[in-house]
Design a protein around this ligand. Structure first.
Ligand code: NDP
Ligand code: MG
Length: 429
């Protein structure tokens, strides 16, 4: 397959030919690139998963011990029964991850692919190399931003009129989401619309070596949906092998001095390799047209909180979010011109580095087609550099029925960037 010099290796190896499985994890640019391995579809994908030596664990991810296949099978099937969290709405009480056995990411990926074997091939997205002069001696920090679509909203409220209900079945959609996370292997994962934290993402991701935090919306619209799985909210995960948690703040955003239904999580982390500290935040601002001033006020409140947490920008910052705002909106302009000195990472994919992508979400509702740029990864431009970013899906790949679909689990695309700390005079704010 041809790849332009700026393209790095294929990230999600998902064009399964009939009778063949493609198996490999997606290394980022800092990792040696292994081409996809095509091999015959095994009689038992789960046995194959246990036996497979293809792919690589990332440094810091844990390897399985003993009978990985059966443990993994039980891990995944356990998450299929998700009513427990809805029956026990102690949303802020975390499961005791210490007692859960580690999972090998390769095995979980194979397990997901086995569940998804009837789905159409997923599309490949490539990392675009943005390194100008990368002087960092430490491995980059990979950050994923993703509104994964709350299950209750997708099935009960969103009205994706061109998306068949079967495409939204949680048992399979969950595996599509996990497959995407496992393919890109982020060091930091910032999610919105998470309504399966305690029964799915927290237990599975903690077994992959992540530490997670969840902050639900106070009045989640999910709770209005029959058979909901609890409130949706923001979740922030980081790899414990790479970072140490220094501080964590759950923020209920205010607008015009009133508490709102929108939230954020901000954490200060320390890199274990370099000892450098930085702050990462995740948020999901108020949706819908007519709420532009409200979003703007929420953005100002978040910026104020981040000023305090970063000690007036002394600590480098990464902010991920579904801002529900096009770049023309006031809240975007507040972020672009803040004294925190932020840049939006995905602008760097444009030829002049000045334009946001044409869309990060694309869906068809009863009101018609909704194609918008709403999701962003902001970063401290003087302290950090974006060394690569995952390209978006093309219109053709997204398809005429748009998102979500049988081959993509959310109406929002994931954004993934690799960051390095600037070394030298640039890092001074
Ligand atoms: N019980 C109570 O007293 C209260 C209950 N509520 C509940 O909360 C809800 C509002 O919550 P709030 O957080 O302000 O919600 P938002 O307006 O922020 O939207 C909530 C979700 O709806 C999605 N959405 C956006 N546009 C549409 C659309 N056109 N059709 C369907 N879904 C859409 C958004 O997805 P995306 O971001 O991907 O666009 C978002 O995740 C109320 O509808 C009510 O159900 C709220 C306050 C009090
Ligand atoms: Mg939504």
């Amino acid at each position: 397959m041809y790849q332009s010099p700026r393209r790095l290796c294929s990230a999600l190896l998902l064009r399964d030919a009939p009778g063949l499985r493609i198996s490999s994890l997606a290394p980022g640019p800092r990792r040696p690139l292994a081409p996809p391995v095509l091999r015959p579809r095994p009689a038992s994908p789960r046995l194959q998963a246990a036996a497979s030596g293809a792919g690589r664990s990332r440094p810091g991810t844990v390897s399985s011990m003993g009978n990985g296949t059966s443990r993994l099978y039980s891990a995944l099937t356990k998450t299929l029964n998700s009513s427990a969290a809805a029956q026990h709405p102690e949303y802020l009480v975390s499961a005791d991850a210490e007692h859960l056995e580690p999972i090998d990411p390769k095995e979980l990926l194979e397990e997901c692919r086995a569940v998804l074997h009837t789905r159409p091939p997923r599309y490949q997205r490539d990392f675009v190399d943005l390194r100008r002069d990368c002087r960092s001696s430490h491995p980059p920090i990979r950050v994923m931003q993703w509104n994964i679509l709350a299950q209750a909203l997708g099935e009960g409220k969103d009205n994706f009129v061109q998306c068949p209900v079967e495409a939204l079945k949680w048992e399979e959609r969950k595996c599509l989401i996990l497959e995407e996370i496992l393919a890109y292997q982020p060091d930091i994962l910032c999610l919105q619309e998470v309504d399966h934290y305690f029964d799915t993402f927290q237990p599975l991701l903690s077994r992959l070596g992540y530490q997670g935090t969840f902050f639900p919306k106070p009045w989640s619209p999910c709770l209005d949906v029959e058979h909901n799985n609890g409130p949706d909210g923001c979740a922030l995960f980081f790899l414990q092998s790479r970072f140490k948690l220094i501080s964590s703040t759950n923020i209920r955003l205010t607008a015009m001095n009133l508490k709102t239904n929108q939230v954020a999580i901000a954490q200060t982390l320390e890199c274990r390799e370099s000892g450098r500290q930085f702050c990462v935040a995740v948020t999901h601002l108020k949706a819908r047209t007519g709420w532009e001033r409200f979003r703007s006020a929420q953005g100002c409140d978040l910026l104020q909180n981040l000023q305090d947490i970063t000690q007036e920008a002394k600590i480098p910052l990464i902010v991920c979010g579904d801002f529900n705002a096009e770049p023309t909106e006031e809240v975007y302009k507040h972020f672009a011109s803040s004294s925190l000195n932020l840049n939006s990472a995905y602008k760097l994919l444009s030829p002049d580095g000045q334009s946001e992508p044409p869309y990060t979400t694309w869906k068809i509702r009863t009101s018609g087609e909704c194609r918008h740029t709403l999701d962003y990864i902001w970063y401290s431009r003087h302290a950090l550099s974006v060394t690569s970013a995952l390209d978006l899906l093309t219109e053709e790949q997204i398809g005429p029925n748009r998102l979500p679909s049988f081959h993509y689990p959310s109406d929002h695309l994931s954004l993934v960037c690799d960051f390095s700390f600037n070394e030298g005079p640039d890092e001074l704010l």
